[in-house]
Ligand binder design. Sequence first.
Ligand code: BES
Ligand code: ZN
Length: 440
Amino acid sequence: MKRARYIVVLLLVLFWSFAQGADKAQFSMTEAMSHLRQLSVAVGSRPAGTKGELEAADYIAEQFAKFGYTVERQSFEFPYFEDRGTSLVALDTQTEGLVAYALIYSSPGDIEGELVYVGLGRDEDFEGAQVAGKIALMERGTLTFQNKVANAAARGAKGAVVYNNAQGIVRGTLQELGSIPAVIIDRPSGEKLRDRLSSGPLKVRLVVKSVSERRTSYNVVARWPGAEGHRAIVGGHYDSVAEGPGANDNASGVAVVLELARTSAHTEVGRQTLFVAFGAEELGLFGSRHFAGGLDRSQVEAISAMINLDMVGVGDRMIAGGDAKITELARRFGLEVGQNVVVNSQPGGSDHVPFARRGLRVLFLTRPDDPNYHTARDTFDDIQPKLLELAGQIAELVLKHLIMVGDEALLYGWSGKGSLGVLSAEVLSLDIGLPDIGLI
Ligand code: BES
Ligand code: ZN
């Protein structure tokens, strides 16, 4: 009898210490903020292919390793681009206030030539126009920037100027290294130049001081030692734009990924999840495209979902984009942690896209209303720690659910947080299943 009581007490103590241990591995805002500070303050701006990006990769790799994961740096090449000064001036007309931006991947150059207006830059727009040795002026729209500029170059144009068809300026991209200098200007400037051409030839000087070359970037991938057959991917990009330190975009997402890796270490979730910090997102999702492209068929079949965290530290609204069932899970878990999550099936451009294209279910967690998006003002001071915690809690609950579904641990072990246990039982009835695979 005494012995039985002893065993009961021992079990209680064991259970209690287990519960304490479980508590320790809960998502910590302080830890997440410390990663965020390191990435956005100590390292600062992290454009792909620069020292900042490499330093960030080192820090992330170090952290994953510290939590016990095996870390791989997956290298890939991408077209690097940097604008070191761009201008367009008309040589015999008033062009004060004319502001030109290099199209991304514009070739560098310092050229003078006659400007020729060729409409939208479609094949038919060049009929009867002589652009060889001249600079093509085109309106934005219908064709991609790439196609317009390539069409002009194919007809011998030595430069291209595209004017916007809407208000302001967009930083258009040629998607790959171009062969002639190409810039974008705003609509009023473009219309002024076009009108000026109707009264006779106009010579302009176009200067693009760009660095456009192939460089190397890295995805930092963490897996639990010896684990195989991963069932989820959790990631976010760690590069930033050149304009600022990218605290929200996207040191915030990476901080949450790192903290999720820590809380998942030594657990079944950690064993079955690949944690990935993607490089070179801002220039066109190069890291995630490389990673998703490298998954083999059996990996694609085994993985239930990819969760992407991008911009989760600023703004009132939280959006869950992607697969209908997983976004619904995120919405329900959001309610549990006090965050209203708006489901949007058409989320914007970020690292989940290449995974969705490979037929994986994706969940994109983001806060779309950051007034300092892609500016020098996207700084550490703007980040609300509580928002990192909310994103972390929602992502963690979805992840646990995906991995542990059907597992006893989900029903009985996942308690201690009010109704979460009840909710998890309730959402079990949602048919998450395995992905319907539409391979490539
Ligand atoms: N973090 C953004 C995506 C984003 C933008 C999320 C606004 C929430 C609100 C991402 O880094 C980005 O800038 N993406 C590009 C597209 C990408 C393919 C280069 C974009 O949205 O323009
Ligand atoms: Zn981003």
